[in-house]
Design a protein around this ligand. Sequence first.
Ligand code: SF4
Length: 179
Amino acid sequence: MLPCQFETDPTAQNATEMTIQVAEVPVKRLFDASRRIDVIESMSDFYAECDRLIAEQPGRCVNKGECCRFGEYGHRLYVTALEVCYYLARTSTCPQVTEDACPQAYDQKCYVRDSRPLGCRIFFCDPAAQQWQGPLTEELLARLRDLHRELDVPYFYVDWMTVVRALGEYTTDARCSSK
Ligand code: SF4
C-alpha cells in the first residue's frame, strides 16, 4: 500500500476517522445544511484559504485521476460533514457507485473540482509535496472542526466512498418515491 496523507495520525486530537455504515450517513441532515447560506459562504472562504496555502507549497498535480481510484491506488479519502454539505450545494448529480473509485472521476478528470473535499486539494503524488502535506492537513482539519462548532453542524470524519454511496442511494430513492 502506498503512503497516504488521508490516513490520519491516531494520536491526533479528534482527527481520527470514524467507521460508519452507508445507512448511518445522515443524508437528510446534510442536504438541509447544504441549503444554508452561512454554511456555503463559510466553506467557500475556507477552501479559498486552503487553496491559497496549498499554492504556496512545492509540488504539482497533473490531475490524471489515478488517485481518485482508491482501490487501485491503495489509499482512502476521508471527509467531514461540512465538506459534504458544500459538495451537495454545488453538485447537481449524486452518481451511483459501481466500484471503489470516486464516481466524479472519469475521462481522467475531476468533474466537481470546485467542490472537491480538502483531501483532494491537498494530496499530490509528486515527491516534492511529501514533507508539508501531513502537517498542513492536520492544521486545516483543526480549522474545519472549529467551523463545525461555529456553524452548529454535527461533525464526522468518514470514508468518502461510504458517503457517496449513501448520497447515490438516497437520491435514487427520492426520485423513485416521487414517481
Ligand atoms: S472529488 Fe474529484 S478529486 Fe476528489 S476523489 Fe472525486 S474525482 Fe477525485
